[in-house]
Design a protein. Structure first.
Lengths: 113, 873
């Protein structure tokens, strides 16, 4: 990933980001990577090697459900959607993330007025 | 824990491999295509774009591995969730859990116990090398119904020397013998066997050697091979026993070998326990004895058994032309396993079939219990379905529930089966072959696990398919109710049909047992002690010496206090195989002497001792001395057969024994069942002991004393006359008669127990169906009551359905029971396979059970308040 300014998704945040991207509506794996890259202005990059295991894991945990569907180009793809417990999980993760990033921010600003 | 989890995951991964791999493949291809398109849009050529996409995608196999792991553990997690759910449900419904697990355990335990008997006796391979190639060879008389006749020495020699289809062939003769001598003589059973016997079976001695083929020459060598048991009990397992000497009937024998503990000699026909073996030697003498050999053979591996039989039959046909005595005789062959199993086979198969029906009933009941539980949770299921649980998941949970019930039932059942097998072994008829190979072991448990798994699957499938649908149905309300009306009906039919088959079989065997017990045996076995005494050695070589010895014994026995009568006979009633002959009226032409008659040697008091009525003439007296013309007492059947309208007294028989004799008939006695209660009495002749002194006789003593005391007194009398002679096989005659019925008692008792359990299961099952049904239809019943239905009408409404279903069950069950009874016809006695008493009685019983089981729910239905109708759920 040589390009400057681009980085892998932070460990532990991938699940939250995937859930968030699905909050916009059901989507297939490729679409999720696109949503994450566009949404992060191409800063975040999600490798396939971690995306699909994450999707399967979330499905096993019951946060997402999947089914075959048709893309806008009329192709068969597996679409993932958020379940009720997935929505709840996303809310919890966001709260945790907000607390954490605020805490990190506070620490970084120490002594800066 | 970790390794178990991994193992389970791997299994699940394999099971679901197809689905998972396809999904991975499809998602990966889609993703790659999209990536490629992106590169094309950015201006690369398609092939270049593809290459770039692949490079970017990275290690395809690693991706698959990672994804696969997640996929597998999802299934495992769901399974664990389902198991936890099942346990939670069972704990919240402990009544269901206990009833279901115990019902299932009952079915599994009973099947396992019976199967371990069947496996031990019928299925476990015989403990010899390639046991499938071992056969028993018999002579047979086609057209005479005589398929398994013992073999004459010349015929055995001809088969052995001329047949090419056999690796080995050996003759066997039981050899009862007295070992040791004064002061501790002992009677033991052994066998004379051809030297090739052990090699034919494929067994080797643990110590020393087997017989050499030269040891059957010149009348046979004085060598002996011991069984492991005998070696341990009589030689304290001395490893240097080979070369030592052992006295057998007063003749020293050199011990040449000891068989291993694992050697279980074949037991069939009259060959039973074998403590030792001696070489059997064909001699000029025994070539003239007629047919008395048992023969086993090993068919060569490259020869079909049928071809071997054809060859032996061909040789038998040659023999029929070589020797007049072989006219009308052929040969027959039976697999050794089938021969040993013999009569035990059918009763065991019947029991196995019966226990399978019982298991089926248990499974039906558990399925019904599960169905009831699922129905009670209809609302929960409907809600879960509505919020997105898939059908598959709900059905899988119900099946998992059954699996948990099945697993606990299987565990309890297997443990119970171990106890059950002990109980069965104690009840088992003593003559059951191979009873020492009956145990609950790995193959048996594999059977248990397999049938448990199948049964649990069936129970789960029934509950899931018939109950799982109700989840959605209850939301659709009325449609679900209409369907519910018919639920459980087929279960009632099945319970009644299965219960009827079991109870009819039990009824038939119990009536058989009663008929057998009430057979007039022709003698009075109460208060009669029998004991066998044999003489051997130089001292008794002359007939006079034998006659004098037994005379002295009997006169001393008669003097004992409490003895009312005492006599001696060559073979006691119910004493197993004994001589028989074909004979005729001496004044008739020689041809056509085809009357079969049993032959017994007795003294004058036998009939008085056994309370056998003297119908005409008189018994033996002092005229029946050693060199006097032979005289005979015959039974009523023979008298009627030979002289239907004449007085038989004073007539003469033509008997081919002793080189042909023509004894005068001096008396006619009542018929006696000499073999068992089942076999009808046939012609019998009694010759005088004093005229034909045997070397072993059964003492028959009518006494008030008990058997053990009498045994002591008899041994004391014999010892006083000759301390080297043992008294053996001491028993009460009525015990022998009882033992002869033990197989029928065993079958009847077990089938009776199965039938009782099946009636209970049917009652509980039918009650469950209608109790649940009435509970579900309270509203409908309430409306009927509100509209003025009399309570009698409501009872009738429920009962009518029960009776219709039960009648259908009776019809189906009767058909099945007729077929089953026909298959076991040879076990029946005195009742027909379509015995109307059993069939009508049992059908009535089953209907009564069905009615009784429905009555409580029906009455409960009649008490439903009309208010129920206006209440909403």
């Amino acid at each position: 990933m040589g390009e400057k300014g681009r980085g892998d998704v932070l460990q532990g945040t991938l699940d939250m980001l995937v859930l968030k991207s699905l909050q916009l509506g059901p989507m297939h794996g490729w679409g999720i990577t696109e949503r994450l890259e566009t949404g992060s202005e191409r800063v975040l990059q999600v490798g396939q090697g971690s995306l699909y295991p994450a999707l399967y894991r979330l499905e096993r945990q019951g946060y997402v459900a999947s089914d075959w569907g048709t893309t806008e180009n009329n192709r068969q793809a597996r679409f993932y959607k958020l379940t009720a417990s997935g929505r709840k999980r996303l809310a919890e993760e966001r709260a945790t993330w907000a607390r954490m990033s605020r805490a990190v921010d506070l620490v970084l600003r120490m002594g800066e007025g | 824990m970790r390794t178990i989890r991994d193992a389970v995951m791997r299994v699940l991964g394999l099971a679901r491999r197809g689905t998972m791999e396809r999904r991975l493949e499809d998602e990966m291809r889609f993703h790659l295509d999209m990536l490629t398109q992106q590169h094309v849009r950015a201006g690369r050529s398609p092939s270049e774009a593809r290459r770039a996409a692949l490079a970017e995608f990275g290690g395809v196999e690693r991706f698959k591995d990672d994804a696969r792991d997640e996929y597998r553990s999802r299934l495992l997690d769901e399974l664990l969730q389902d198991i936890r759910y099942a346990i939670r449900v069972i704990r919240r419904n402990p009544g269901f859990g206990v009833a279901a697990a115990l019902t299932f355990a009952l079915g599994i335990g009973a099947s396992t116990a019976i199967f371990s008997v069947v496996h031990g006796v019928l299925l476990r391979p015989l403990p010899y090398k390639d046991p499938d190639r071992l056969v028993v060879l018999w002579e047979r008389q086609p057209g005479q119904g005589n398929d398994r006749n013992v073999v004459s020495v010349p015929n055995f020699e001809a088969w052995r020397s001329r047949a090419r289809s056999f690796e080995g062939m050996a003759a066997l003769v039981p050899l009862p013998a007295t070992i040791g001598g004064a002061p501790n003589p002992e009677h033991v059973m052994g066998a004379e066997v051809s030297p090739s016997y052990f090699e034919t079976l494929g067994v080797r001695p643990a110590l020393g050697r087997a017989f050499a083929s030269s040891e059957e020459q010149n009348g046979g060598a004085d060598v002996i091979v011991l069984s492991d048991g005998f070696w341990r009990s009589h030689f304290a397992a001395d490893p240097r026993v080979v070369g030592r000497s052992l006295s057998l009937d007063g003749r020293p024998q050199t011990i040449v070998g000891v068989m291993p503990a694992s050697f279980d000699p074949p037991r069939f026909a009259w060959l039973n326990d074998q403590a030792f073996w001696r070489p059997f030697a064909p001699t000029e003498n025994n070539r003239g004895w007629g047919r008395f050999l048992l023969v086993v053979g090993r068919v060569r591996a490259d020869v079909p058994v049928s071809a071997a039989l054809r060859e032996v039959q061909g040789i038998a046909a040659q023999r029929a032309t070589e020797d007049r005595g072989n006219e009308g005789w052929s040969a027959n062959m039976v697999g050794l396993a089938a021969q040993i199993t013999g009569d035990a086979r059918l009763p065991l198969l019947v029991l196995l079939g019966a226990v399978c029906l019982l298991l089926l009933m248990a499974v039906t009941n558990v399925a019904n219990l599960t169905l009831g539980l699922v129905r009670r949770r209809e609302h929960e299921l409907a809600v879960r379905r509505a919020i997105g649980a898939t059908w598959g998941r709900l059905l899988r949970q119900i099946v998992t529930l059954s699996a948990v019930v099945g697993a606990s039932g299987c565990l309890i059942g297997s443990i119970a089966a171990v106890g059950g097998v002990h109980a069965l072994l104690a009840l088992l008829p003593p003559e059951t072959p191979r009873s020492d190979s009956i145990r609950v072991d790995a193959p048996v448990l594999l059977f248990t696990a397999s049938i448990s798994a199948i049964a649990a699957l069936v129970m789960g499938a029934v509950a899931a398919l018939r109950g799982g649908g109700s989840g959605a149905a209850s939301l659709r309300e009325t449609g679900g109710r209409a369907a519910a009306r018919l639920r459980g009906g087929s279960l009632v039919t099945a319970e009644v049909a299965l219960g009827l088959v079991l109870t009819v079989l039990a009824g038939l065997t119990m009536r058989t047992f009663e008929k057998l017990r009430s057979v007039d045996l022709g003698f009075d076995a109460d208060h009669v002690v029998v004991a066998r005494v044999g003489v051997s050695g130089a001292r008794y070589r002359t007939p006079e010496a034998r006659a004098v010895f037994f005379d002295q014994v009997l006169s001393r026995v008669r003097a004992l206090p409490g003895v009312q009568a005492a006599s001696a006979v060559s073979t006691r009633p119910f004493g197993g195989m004994a001589p028989a002959t074909t004979l005729g009226d001496a004044s008739a032409p020689v041809t056509g002497d085809s009357v079969e008659a049993d032959v017994r040697y007795a003294d004058a008091d036998l009939f008085r001792t056994l309370h056998v009525p003297l119908v005409a003439g008189s018994s033996f007296d002092a005229r029946d001395a050693l060199d006097a013309p032979p005289r005979v007492v015959i039974n009523r059947t023979l008298a009627r057969r030979l002289w239907p309208s004449e007085n038989p007294i004073g007539k003469r028989l033509r008997v081919p024994m002793f080189n042909g004799i023509a004894p005068e008939v001096i008396g006619v006695v009542g018929d006696v069942h000499l073999m068992d209660a089942r076999t009808p009495a046939r012609g019998a002749i009694y010759l005088a002991n004093a005229r034909f002194p045997m070397d072993a006789l059964d003492l028959v003593v009518r006494t008030n004393a008990d058997g053990a005391a009498m045994a002591k007194s008899l041994q004391a009398i014999v010892t006083a006359l000759d301390p080297s002679l043992p008294v053996y096989s001491v028993t009460m005659l009525d015990d022998m008669v009882g033992r002869a019925l033990s197989r029928d008692r065993f079958t009847a008792a077990l089938l009776g127990a199965f039938a009782l359990v099946s009636l209970l299961l049917a009652a509980v099952g039918i009650y469950g169906v209608f109790a649940g049904d009435v509970a579900q239809r309270r509203k409908e019943i309430g409306i009927r009551v509100a509209l003025g239905a009399p309570s009698g009408g409501v009872v009738a409404l429920v009962m009518r359905r029960a009776v219709t279903r039960a009648v259908l069950g009776v019809a189906l069950g009767t058909g099945a029971a007729l077929l089953a009874a026909r298959a076991m016809r040879s076990l029946l006695f005195g009742v027909g396979a379509a015995d109307p008493v059993s069939f009508v009685g049992v059908a009535t019983l089953l209907l009564l059970v069905a009615v009784a089981a429905t009555l409580v729910p029906a009455v409960r239905a009649a008490r439903v308040s009309p208010l129920v109708a206006i209440r909403t759920d």
